[in-house]
Design a protein around this ligand. Structure first.
Ligand code: CP
Ligand code: NVA
Length: 306
């Protein structure tokens, strides 16, 4: 087994991501038919979570259990804060002696990178301030199931150019989907994303704009996320004002293709980035999207331990 981490989708080729997606879809069928193999039997995982989580935590723990592995969940207070109680390089080398994989949700992406410099086991990004790769892969699986294909689709992302948006952009470009992102000025996706897209020759796949209506125009999928990510609570008031014209609501969706699928990584703040009626009208897609977190996490673990 060659050691691979999973910090960013950018570290994987289109073919590798396609393999991961295929494996996730196959294991989803196996799980439903009760024919999963316990391919991680006897392995252990440390799950270090500096921020709250429902979907990511539970889906990883269930996936690990189904594959025969044991998960140890550690909150910020259990480890005394990542890099606070002891240097990350010490904690990582200690964990090297105990566990087979580290799954970490962190405030600072740099902490994950530091872990990979000392880890002899895979380090998986369960969300950082910069990216949320596991989410984006579950999103792609959901789009494939609900739209019947990926290539050639147009996805609109309305809101903050945050961790979820960055990973979604990389995923869309890798799978041949066009992504139009509409964000308020000053809240666009970061420059490193666009630099990477240009470097990979994928610049045409992602467009950043400011007008939500222009982004949604004839889109197959409309996606949104919270306006206030974990760690940005102090900016809440200001953000609610800045983003007020970026709500995904029934009126905005009239510009999209008939039958548009609306997605949200959840947790959702009804009445802010999305209305209650839009969530309820798209509940099948949105909760399939949440379920697919499990199917992708399982596929990812199987892929990393092939
Ligand atoms: N979408 C997502 O990552 O949810 P959690 O924060 O609950 O894990
Ligand atoms: N952008 C959000 C995603 C939550 C799953 C956050 O980072 O809080």
């Amino acid at each position: 087994m060659t050691l691979r981490h999973f910090l960013e989708l950018r570290e994987y080729t289109a073919a590798e991501l396609a393999d991961m997606l295929k494996l996730s879809a196959e294991l989803k069928i196996a799980a439903r038919g009760n024919t999963l193999t316990r391919s991680l039997e006897g392995k252990t995982a440390a799950m270090l979570f500096e921020k709250p989580s429902s979907r990511t935590r539970v889906s990883f723990q269930v996936a690990l259990a189904q594959l025969g592995a044991t998960a140890i969940y550690l909150r910020q207070e259990d480890i005394g804060g990542l890099g606070n109680r002891e240097p990350i390089k010490d904690l990582t080398r200690v964990l090297n002696g105990y566990v087979d994989v580290v799954i970490a949700r962190v405030f600072k992406h740099a902490g994950l990178i530091e872990m990979t410099q000392y880890a002899v086991m895979p380090v998986v990004n369960a969300l950082s301030d910069k990216t949320h790769p596991c989410q984006a892969m579950a999103d792609v699986l959901t789009i494939q199931e609900h739209c019947g294909r990926l290539e050639g689709l147009t996805v609109a992302y309305i809101g903050d150019g945050n961790n979820v948006a960055v990973s979604l952009a990389v995923a869309c470009s890798r799978f041949g989907m066009k992504l139009r992102m509409a964000s308020p000025p000053g809240y666009e996706a970061p420059a490193f994303l666009f630099d990477w897209l240009v470097q990979e020759g994928l610049g045409d796949f992602v467009a950043q704009m400011h007008d939500p209506r222009a982004a949604v125009e004839k889109a197959d999928v409309v996606y949104t996320d919270t306006w206030v990510s974990m760690g940005q609570e102090a900016e809440k008031q200001q953000r609610l004002e800045v983003f007020s014209g970026y709500q995904v609501n029934a009126e905005l969706l009239t510009a999209a293709k008939p039958g548009v699928k609306v997605m949200h990584c959840l947790p959702a703040y009804r009445g802010l980035e999305i209305t209650d009626d839009v969530i309820e009208a798209n509940a099948k897609v949105i909760f399939d999207q949440a379920e697919n977190r499990l199917h992708f996490q399982r596929g990812l673990l199987a892929y990393l331990f092939r």
